[in-house]
Ligand binder design. Structure first.
Ligand SMILES: NC(=O)c1ccc[n+]([C@@H]2O[C@H](COP(=O)([O-])OP(=O)(O)OC[C@H]3O[C@@H](n4cnc5c(N)ncnc54)[C@H](O)[C@@H]3O)[C@@H](O)[C@H]2O)c1
Ligand SMILES: [Zn+2]
Length: 660
């Protein structure tokens, strides 16, 4: 965040120490969120966690912002802000917070929207949303229970009644802290925020860490833990069917394709085993976090048929609520919808909410966020920003689509996989070569940091491998929307020298492989009922025979014709099937190995290093074709822009073979 040497800054060193310590303990940070800060010795500045960074990841160079304390406090004191309309004020507060940044790195991550709270307190501040604390702050008589629990403390903790996050909460805490100081001669060390979390403050790092530990430990001591010994793995087919139903229902009701993943663990199973579980999740979200990250309370489903799920989501939308991203299906467990980046957050926040609901019910009943407050948060700029981060601004014309690309470890398959990832798809990299496929995954991460990918080792000629690959993809993301068949081989021999085994190998990979993958993908796409797109990567040799290429000519033409037949069969299911027949792509291809190039040189009576210019010169555009050129054609065919195109062949070859 800031290039300067930061080792010499004691406040930052303390911030890192505190953050590593509290951020690394599961029971402290379970539920997500929270922030940490430390003020400089002169009290003029504070180092505070940046928005969107996990506490434990705060380091010397990233994860924090430095703010001018006086400037942050001035926001709460400003008379003009007090008079402003709420919506306008919250936007202004975000702007002024940004103006309080004093680390010489303009732009960048926002400082936390809870920065005001930190500015009001002692030198070191830890703010968390731990489950053990949530059990009280989200319970009807939580305040009284906490008073009992902390009755032996010299100075009592402060209870902060629910207040809108942002400016209003800052102003409320400022008043409470001032009143406390007047009464007790010092500012409070522990504050419980209703429907929110915990604030602990002290003058030194070891003291604040010790106090956080003590407070959470004491809260925990008053709770009974879920009584579940072992977790039964549910039937895999039932889980897969539920993933498909939920994915489809979300798509039908929101128009978005999302990944849907299944989870079952002790906390989830323990909650679901409660006789009152269904009723407990029927209460509205408990905290701003649950609302922002999960959209709503987890939806309880006794059956997971897509139409039933869709009806329930529709009802949420009709009531003006956000649709849930978490679903509890009886007998199966938790299903979380989103992307690879957001699903773990949905799982974590939901699991915390389930635990809190169970505990809160045991200590006197759940207290949800009131409706007006939920509505405020849904409108609030600061939360909209967080939700945008949560739901994912992952855009792109293939956003949320799940793709599998065969041959993704090299050449065109690799370029296509990267292209689809750039366009927003989650991409399964299917290949026999695990290491090279993992390299593609790295390249994809570089090219599109938000994209998700997974390596699936698979020999496309082996029926069982293919079935297992599709199952693995379904388990991971909940389905498949796009198949690109690109794993191919080109044994180059003249007819008279062609060994039978090489002929058979080409038929096996280029035809049988394409067939097996298409069959498995089409079966799943039909079951999903959400349409889909299948692309066969053929070749211009599939349209126009090339010399000394018998098996390649035959199989590449076969692929085109298979695609046409599949287009007819699968059309009624909304599944489009097209082919891409590229010209020569030399970049990164193993087909264009020195042996193959030598064979081409002989074929045309030229030297090997003349082969590439020779082929480029045969095109109308006199232009080399790159993997990206082919990836762009594939992306177009997979996108909704190609919604009426099926059974066709697109030829990215710089104008060499012209189809009609
Ligand atoms: N490079 C070109 O000039 C060109 C032109 C037109 C069409 N194509 C087509 O593009 C596709 C890819 O060609 P390339 O040049 O990138 O080839 P490549 O050899 O560089 O990559 C092919 C990939 O397929 C994988 N593979 C091979 N057999 C497999 C199997 N049984 N199961 C799973 N994976 C397997 C390989 O491990 C490799 O990673 C082929 O279908 C080819 O016909 C290539
Ligand atoms: Zn908070």
């Amino acid at each position: 965040m800031n290039g300067k040497d930061t080792k010499s800054v004691p406040a930052l060193a303390d911030l890192i120490r505190i953050s590593k310590s509290v951020g690394g303990k599961a029971s402290f940070v379970q539920g997500g969120g929270g922030n940490t800060s430390v003020k400089t010795a002169d009290g003029k500045h504070m180092y505070i966690k940046a928005s969107g960074v996990p506490i434990k990841d705060i380091g010397e160079r990233r994860g924090w912002r430095k703010l001018a304390v006086a400037s942050v406090r001035a926001i709460l004191d400003a008379p003009d802000l007090r008079k402003m309309a709420e919506a306008e004020r919250e936007a202004e507060v975000v702007r002024r917070l940004q103006d309080s940044v004093a680390d010489g790195a303009p732009g960048g991550a926002r400082p936390s929207v809870e920065s005001h709270l930190h500015a009001l307190l002692d030198r070191c501040v830890v703010h968390l949303h731990p489950v053990a604390v949530g059990a009280y702050v989200c319970a009807k008589n939580g305040k009284a229970q906490l008073q009992k629990l902390f009755g032996d403390d010299d100075l009592p903790p402060v209870w902060v009644p629910y207040t809108r996050p942002g400016y209003m909460l800052g102003a409320k805490v400022a008043r409470l802290v001032a009143a406390y100081a007047k009464r007790h001669g010092r500012i409070p060390g522990v504050l419980f925020l209703q429907n929110h979390g915990l604030l602990v403050t002290a003058d030194t790092a070891p003291r604040v860490v010790r106090e956080v530990s003590r407070v959470i430990g004491l809260c925990q001591s008053g709770l009974t833990q879920p009584r579940i010994r072992s977790v039964r793995r549910p039937n895999a087919d039932a889980v897969a069917a539920a993933q498909t139903s939920i994915r489809r229902a979300l798509w039908e009701t929101t128009g978005r394709r999302l990944a849907v993943k299944h989870f079952i663990d002790r906390a989830i199973a323990g909650f679901m085993a409660r006789p009152d579980a269904r009723q407990l999740v029927s209460s509205a979200p408990l905290t701003p976090d649950e609302l922002a990250y999960v959209g709503n309370s987890a939806m309880w489903l006794s059956a997971s048929a897509a139409t039933a799920v869709a009806r329930k989501i529709e009802a949420q939308i009709r009531r003006g609520e956000w649709p849930s991203a978490a679903f509890l299906v009886e007998g199966l467990g938790l299903f979380a919808a989103g992307s690879d980046r957001t699903i773990p957050i949905v799982r974590e926040v939901t699991t915390a909410s389930l635990l809190i609901r169970g505990h809160a019910a045991d200590v006197g009943g759940i207290r949800s966020l009131p409706k007006v407050e939920r509505q405020f948060i849904m409108r609030w700029e600061g939360e909209r920003y967080r939700r945008q981060v949560a739901v994912g601004s992952e855009g792109g014309e293939l956003a949320g689509r799940i793709a599998v690309v065969t041959g993704a470890a090299s050449g065109l398959g690799r370029s296509i996989a990267i292209g689809l990832g750039r366009a927003g798809a989650s991409v399964a990299l299917a290949d026999v070569d695990r290491e090279a496929a993992a390299e593609t995954a790295n390249m994809l991460r570089e090219a599109a940091p938000g994209a998700s990918s997974t390596v699936v080792v698979c020999d496309v000629t082996a029926e069982r491998n293919v079935e297992a690959a599709l199952r693995a993809i379904r388990r991971r993301w909940g389905g498949v929307d796009i198949l690109v068949n690109a794993a191919g081989i080109a044994p180059a021999h003249s007819l008279v020298d062609l060994p039978l085994a090489e002929w058979r190998a080409a038929l096996d990979v280029n035809l049988t492989g394409y067939f097996l993958m298409a069959r498995a993908a089409a079966r799943l796409m039909i079951e999903q009922g959400m349409g889909g797109s299948i692309i066969n990567i053929s070749s211009k040799s599939g349209l126009e025979a090339s010399k000394s290429n018998t098996p390649y000519n035959a199989t590449k033409a076969g692929e085109l014709h298979m695609a046409r037949g599949w287009a007819l069969e699968l059309g009624p299911h909304g599944i489009r099937v097209n082919s891409v027949a590229p010209g020569n792509v030399f970049e990164g291809s193993k087909i264009w190995n020195p042996g193959y190039i030598k064979m081409c040189a002989e074929k045309h009576g030229i030297k090997p290093d003349e082969v590439i210019p020779y082929y480029v010169n045969m095109t109308a555009l006199k232009r080399r074709i790159t993997g990206q050129d082919v990836a762009d054609a594939v992306t177009f065919l997979c996108s909704d822009k190609a919604r009426t195109i099926t059974g066709q062949t697109i030829v990215p070859d710089s104008g060499q073979v012209m189809v009609r």
